[in-house]
Write a protein that binds this ligand. Structure first.
Ligand SMILES: Nc1nc2c(ncn2[C@@H]2O[C@H](COP(=O)(O)OP(=O)(O)OP(=O)(O)O)[C@@H](O)[C@H]2O)c(=O)[nH]1
Ligand SMILES: [Mg+2]
Length: 296
């Protein structure tokens, strides 16, 4: 049996979380069209007849603009050291960013076993050669032989994903499973619930202030039905509060309804969610809040 920890890394928005969910056949990590969606390292366990892969979805690396950004980048980079193998995700339909080159160079230096997923191949495969050239250069620079397997795929449609799973199993050592086989994730329930609410907000807010918001579950009573849930949405400034609430409260109500529906489907319990928007200047620098959110 194969068994090991595989860290899924890459720049922001390449589809790491989409790929992790696809590999697990379950939604464990939230997905959104905006950058910097994932903020925690989220573990998902895949079991099949070949063995067990403990996948780590990580925050996408980006040019950090604040403390939280730095923490996110650092936590993603750190996972590489504790992993048995690395799965680097690239967006083959888009020109390489500096952050992609950064990952290729880092992995040329640090990785022992590497699979490179050329994701979004359903859109185009225009930049495969460009990424391969960057990899060759990175490997030459470090004068180190790192065997890397390249797989073109689409996390969205599932095309090529079986090949990827096989490549990942190939990289892993023989060994017993590290986690119970009935365990899908150990991401705390409250953090997963908060993330799901944030996902709805990100989709509704599009490119408006996604990075300024955070969601915390302040209270959850699951002793009866419906489950009663109180969550607070943090924003940095007063002007952002209005945007999140929306005209006549429409935006926040829509997010609340969508989150309630998905949470109800997920936990198979009726859920009553109350959302409150709170201005908390510089919450991204407030360690107490970052701790509550599981970011540090
Ligand atoms: N067309 C296409 N879109 C994809 C594919 N995979 C992911 N996406 C989209 O890309 C966007 C980003 O996906 P995520 O999975 O949130 O990306 P991520 O790498 O986890 O992003 P961060 O958490 O910010 O690092 C979403 O809109 C996805 O629907 C794919 O294979 N094809
Ligand atoms: Mg993500």
């Amino acid at each position: 049996m194969k068994s090991g920890i595989v860290s899924i890394v890459g720049r922001t928005n390449v589809g790491k979380s989409t790929l992790m969910n696809r590999l697990l056949d379950e939604k464990v990590s939230i997905v959104s069209p905006v950058v910097q969606t994932t903020r925690n390292v989220i573990r998902g366990i895949l079991n099949d007849e070949r063995g067990q892969i403990a996948l780590l979805d990580t925050p996408g690396v980006h040019r950090a603009q604040n403390d939280l950004g730095k923490i996110m980048n650092q936590s993603a980079r750190q996972t590489v050291r504790g992993a048995d193998a690395v799965l680097l995700v690239l967006d083959v339909a888009e020109k390489p960013w500096q952050e992609d080159d950064g990952w290729l160079r880092r992995l040329a230096r640090e990785a022992t076993a590497l699979t490179i997923a050329l994701n979004k191949s359903d859109l185009a495969e225009d930049y495969r050669a460009a990424y391969e050239a960057l990899w060759r250069k990175a490997v030459e620079e470090h004068a180190r032989q790192v065997p890397a397997v390249w797989v073109a795929l689409s996390a969205l449609t599932g095309a090529g994903v079986d090949l990827l799973t096989a490549a990942v199993f190939d990289m892993l050592p023989e060994g017993p499973p590290l986690f119970p086989e009935d365990m899908l994730t150990d991401f705390p329930r409250k953090l997963a619930m908060a993330d799901l609410i944030r996902e709805k907000l990100l989709a509704l807010l599009h490119d408006e202030l996604p990075h300024a918001i955070a969601v915390n579950i302040e209270h959850l009573d699951d002793s009866g039905e419906p489950w009663e849930m109180d969550a607070v949405i943090y924003v940095n400034r007063h002007s952002q509060k209005g945007i999140v609430i929306g005209h006549k409260g429409r935006l926040v109500r829509k997010a609340q309804r969508q989150a309630e529906a998905e949470l109800t489907a997920l936990y198979e319990k009726k859920i009553r969610l109350r959302l409150r928007v709170k201005v908390q200047e510089h919450w991204v620098k407030n360690h107490w809040i970052l701790k509550q959110l599981g970011y540090v």
